[in-house]
Design a protein around this ligand. Structure first.
Ligand code: ADP
Ligand code: ADP
Ligand code: ZN
Ligand code: ZN
Length: 952
């Protein structure tokens, strides 16, 4: 039977109120509603969970055994559900640190095949192209060069290897060979016993010895072939009598350099993999990075006298090391004429440079092993060496904070061996390039590179080459289409934002051309400039048109308008949500008076920008920012204002705000250890005393970490339980009521509420703990009740419910009410941190900061705080931001949401485009000024929303 709808009957997962609905198949469906209304519960926890279950059922017997134990979503039944694939914000969580844009999209796999089949190898030391000979070419050369002279054909059997090689010599003798050249000496094999042990030897056996004449061709060809076979594809030809007069040359049927003798076996795709020892750089084993000491972080106090050794890690190292370094630095000071009581900042530049980088004053000394013998190697080099050579993990732990990853000095971060990097493929307009250089290109440039590939007509690689070219073209164009053209192919996935990751995964799904699948996506528009939304939509439509159902959890107005069908959940969050408020086409919703989305589509929810904006007074200035694509920017962030940093994705917003500003402030204000993005100076730091980054990074990855313990709500609740008379009688302290500590928790599951079952082939599965039924505490603990609820009952309350339950406990109530204000009233107190979305995590952090006392001189930095927020919730967020600002704080927000931007006091618009074509300030000023700016892309879009402010 086939269905053209997915029919859901009686869904009750989390807050869903016994939902029944039909979802059209092969359509682009948007699931919307205020946060906490149950969108994820329906999309991920019900539809996807069930789709995946069915899929596993069809997949593996191993899975079926456990299926009974796998928690079935709370739903009566679902009809017509296809196999499901979910693409969330944490799309690549847990993938290897080696994964890059190219590997995740399989572009790298295609490149490997291309390079193995069509690449031209070079000698990495000379850069000369390697060439391969045929047997007849070798014979021709012998005949042409050496008529009537004596020629010996040698096969290199052993080359520079340690060993005695008795067996080799014995075998050659048995096969009838008489002579050989061993380590340059001509010998009779008969006379050779074992070779000296422990030394490297070279054995070249004489295959033939003859006077050359054109008639000898046949014999020569036989001998050369035999030599090639014995010599692993290589043959050495010695021309003339043995002795200094003799000339000789090497030839090979494998790619090789006739002058250096550098030779290469047959190339396979595995050679180009940095996960394979064949290809991986020997120094970094394919990681591409090495740890170097961050010189800036070493000076703990530039104003302290030298005698106090103000070099940060020294104080923490064992005394012997400290004294040795101290003595060395003291000698240096004497030599440079620096007084021992002078402060670091008063010392001469030369001296300071020498202390850090050593006497030959070059950063290269960090890697030179011999620097030790050449006097002082510099603290940077010495500590890096200490770290590498340290036997004790104590020393390594102490040094770790001062180390940061830098590109591996051997492979330059390309992760590959030099000879692999020296294999090139030519493309018109680019010239020959190695695979490392190709993945260094941006997606956009790589598209051009692929177009420029060429093959000789009728040539061997021709057909395969064209096929590979087509594969690459398809995958790269998709990435470009989805708005990621600015990323370089070698970007580690770990450095990408959630939105970028998700789009990469969407693109690779389309690349796989599956059909009949249910895709569930979570706000794919995050991080995208409004200008680029249409691209994402077009890719989503393409996925649909392959015959798939695409369900998107989304708040973005444009996506909602472009969808085929909308399902709006609500009306509110948590227990007041979980129902279908409205569903239908965008037109149908627009005329539905009950629907919030309808109101959004009718333009009734538009935010009114403040009439009066705050004027900038003092500012915080970043001077000469050059990190990533920033073009030597000098930027003034007005203090005490709400500023939005805008621009297309990849223009440099996060680089400026997070890498440069945030880390720069951390380092200046509290000695932060993460290296700030490159910039020359910062002015105005004296006006602030605290910097707080509120980002979307997860609060805790393990199911043990509790979301609400992050903001300190659980401690007062535990204390409350310990105060209950029954608990005092039994002597239970607050820790008894924590499931992370032994004592009160269920020991069967160690307080996790479930046990994990390892399975072959599939990820481990989690099943409910049968001892505590998932309640996480032991029976004795659960006997203690406060107002009729035990600790497990309390953890099961939502914030809203708890607010009512604890209304007479001010300490608890205060904190809870901030959470409720932030629109998090639907969270359960015991909710594991790992179940929070990026946006929720961010709001929780924001709420936590809000419940602390504000100094009024704090800088708050946020990255797309509107993520996961419905229009109605965004109002709340804006109120919070305004409140922070009105207390005198500075709020700087990276944002694409136009209606938030129009509410800012000040806007800094970066661009004009992404990557190398970005990194400049296009416009800055009030939103009106940006909207009026002719060159600003953000301005163009801002004009649209600001032209039609909503009704009063
Ligand atoms: P949305 O996706 O619309 O923001 P969710 O589906 O995430 O909403 O949440 C709906 C309700 O279910 C909320 O009250 C939320 O607290 C609750 N909930 C979500 N995930 C869990 C979970 N893992 N355990 C318990 N309750 C949850
Ligand atoms: P935005 O925040 O505006 O989307 P980013 O600051 O993330 O832009 O990126 C600006 C440029 O810097 C882009 O070309 C991006 O590819 C590059 N970039 C960002 N982070 C890294 C990184 N960790 N390594 C290399 N390049 C990066
Ligand atoms: Zn390396
Ligand atoms: Zn248990």
């Amino acid at each position: 039977m086939s269905f053209d709808v997915i029919r859901v009957q009686g869904a009750r997962e989390h807050n869903l109120q016994n939902l029944s609905l039909s979802i059209p198949k092969n359509r682009l469906v948007v699931l919307t509603g205020v946060s906490g209304s149950g969108k994820s519960s329906l999309a991920f926890d019900t539809l996807y969970a069930e789709g995946q279950r069915r899929y596993m059922e069809s997949l593996s017997a191993d899975a079926r055994v456990w299926l009974g134990q796998l928690q079935k979503p709370e739903v009566d039944y679902i009809e017509g559900i296809p196999p499901a694939i979910a693409i969330g914000q944490n799309a690549y969580a847990g993938t290897s640190p080696r994964a890059t844009v190219a590997t995740a999209t399989e572009i790298y796999d295609v490149l490997r095949i291309l390079f193995a089949h069509c690449g031209t190898p070079h000698d990495p030391s000379t850069g000369r192209e390697l060439r391969r000979y045929t047997v007849s070419e070798i014979v021709d050369r012998i005949v042409g060069e050496s008529s009537q002279t004596l020629v010996q054909i040698l096969a290199p059997v052993v080359e520079g290897q340690k060993g005695q090689f008795r067996d080799v010599v014995e075998r050659l003798r048995r096969e009838g060979f008489l002579r050989a050249r061993i380590d340059g000496q001509w010998v009779l094999l008969e006379e050779v016993r074992g070779l000296a042990k422990g030394r490297a030897h070279t054995i070249e056996v004489v295959v033939d010895r003859l006077r050359v004449s054109p008639q000898a061709r046949l014999r020569l060809a036989d001998s050369v072939e035999l030599a090639l076979r014995l010599g692993g594809g290589r043959v050495r030809v010695v021309v003339g009598e043995e002795g200094p007069e003799a000339k000789e040359w090497l030839a090979s049927v494998l790619p090789f350099d006739p002058q250096t003798g550098f030779c290469f076996g047959e190339l396979t795709p595995r050679h180009f993999s940095f996960n394979n020892p064949l290809g991986a750089c020997e120094a970094c084993h394919g990681l591409g990075t090495e740890l170097v000491v961050d010189a800036d972080a070493l000076i703990s106090d530039p104003r302290a006298p030298l005698s106090e050794l103000p070099f940060a890690p020294l104080a923490e190292l064992p005394k012997g090391i400290r004294v040795a370094y101290g003595t060395a630095i003291r000698e240096l000071a004497a030599r440079y004429g620096e007084r021992w009581d002078r402060s670091w900042e008063d010392c001469s530049l030369e001296f300071r440079r020498c202390v850090l980088w050593g006497e030959n004053d070059s950063k290269a000394s960090q890697d030179s092993a011999t620097a030790k013998e050449h006097g002082w190697e510099g603290l940077v080099g010495a500590l890096a060496r200490l770290y590498r050579e340290a036997r004790s993990s104590f020393i390594q732990r102490k040094l770790e904070p001062y180390l940061s990853p830098a590109p591996c000095s051997r492979c330059g971060g390309t992760r590959l061996k030099s000879e692999i990097r020296a294999v090139t493929v030519a493309s018109r307009g680019f010239g020959p390039m190695g695979i490392g250089e190709v993945v260094g290109l941006t997606v956009r440039k790589a598209c051009q590179w692929v177009e420029g590939l060429f093959w000789e007509e009728g040539g061997q690689g021709n057909k395969a080459g064209r096929e590979l070219q087509a594969q690459l073209r398809k995958r790269l164009r998709l990435l470009e289409e989805i708005g990621l053209g600015y990323l370089t192919l070698d970007r580690p996935l770990s450095s990408l934002s959630g939105g970028e990751l998700q789009r990469i995964r969407i693109a690779s799904q389309l690349g796989s051309q599956l059909s009949g699948v249910l895709y569930v996506l979570d706000e794919p528009s995050i991080g995208l400039h409004p200008r680029d939304h249409y691209r994402l939509l077009s890719v989503l439509r393409q996925i649909r048109d392959l015959g798939n159902t695409v369900i998107v959890v989304e708040h973005d107005e444009e996506t909602i308008r472009a969808s085929d069908y909308i399902i709006e959940l609500g009306p509110k969050a948590g227990s007041q949500g979980g129902r279908v408020v409205a569903c239908g086409t965008p037109q149908e919703l627009q005329s539905n008076p009950r629907s919030l989305t309808g109101a959004l589509l009718r333009g009734e929810l538009r935010m009114t920008p403040p009439i009066e904006r705050k004027k900038p007074q003092a500012s915080l200035r970043v001077i000469g920012a050059k990190e990533h694509n920033l073009k030597n920017l000098t930027v003034a962030f007005p203090l005490g204002l709400f500023t939005c940093v805008t621009g297309v994705s990849g223009s440099g917003k996060s680089t400026l705000v997070m890498d440069v500003l945030a880390r720069g402030l951390f380092r200046r204000l509290c000695g932060g250890r993460e290296r700030p993005g490159a910039h020359e100076a910062m002015e105005g730091v004296e006006h602030i005393d605290r910097v707080i980054v509120v980002d979307q990074s997860p609060i805790g990855r393990s199911p043990r970490s509790n979301a609400l313990s992050y903001c300190g709500i659980l401690e007062p609740i535990r204390e409350l339980f310990a105060q209950v008379p029954a608990a005092r009688v039994r002597g239970y302290g607050p820790s008894r009521f924590s499931f992370n500590l032994a004592g009160g928790r269920c020991e069967r599951c160690r307080g996790e509420g479930f046990v994990r079952i390892e399975m072959t082939l599939l990820p481990p599965m989690e099943v409910l703990c049968d001892h505590c039924q998932g309640r996480r505490f032991n029976r004795e603990t659960l006997e203690i009740t406060y107002k009729g609820k035990n600790i497990a009952d309390v953890l099961d309350l939502t914030v809203e419910e708890a607010l009512e339950f604890f209304r007479n406990v001010p300490r608890v109530r205060e904190k809870l009410s901030v959470l409720a204000e932030m629109g998090l009233g639907y969270l359960r107190l015991g909710q594991p941190a790992s179940t929070l979305s990026g946006g929720e995590a961010q709001r929780l952090k924001l709420a936590t900061e809000l419940s602390k006392r504000s100094t009024g001189r704090t800088v708050y930095l946020m990255d797309e705080p509107t993520t996961g927020l419905h229009q109605a919730d965004i109002q709340k967020l804006l109120e919070v931001i305004r409140r922070l600002r009105d207390l005198g704080n500075t709020v700087i927000v990276i944002e694409h949401h136009l209606e938030v931007i129009q509410c800012a006091d000040y806007v800094i618009d970066l661009g004009p485009e992404a990557g190398e074509e970005g990194g400049e300030i296009v416009a800055q000023g009030t939103p009106e000024e940006i909207a009026a700016h002719p060159g600003s892309i953000t301005g163009q879009w801002l004009r649209k929303v600001m032209a039609c402010p909503g009704p009063k």
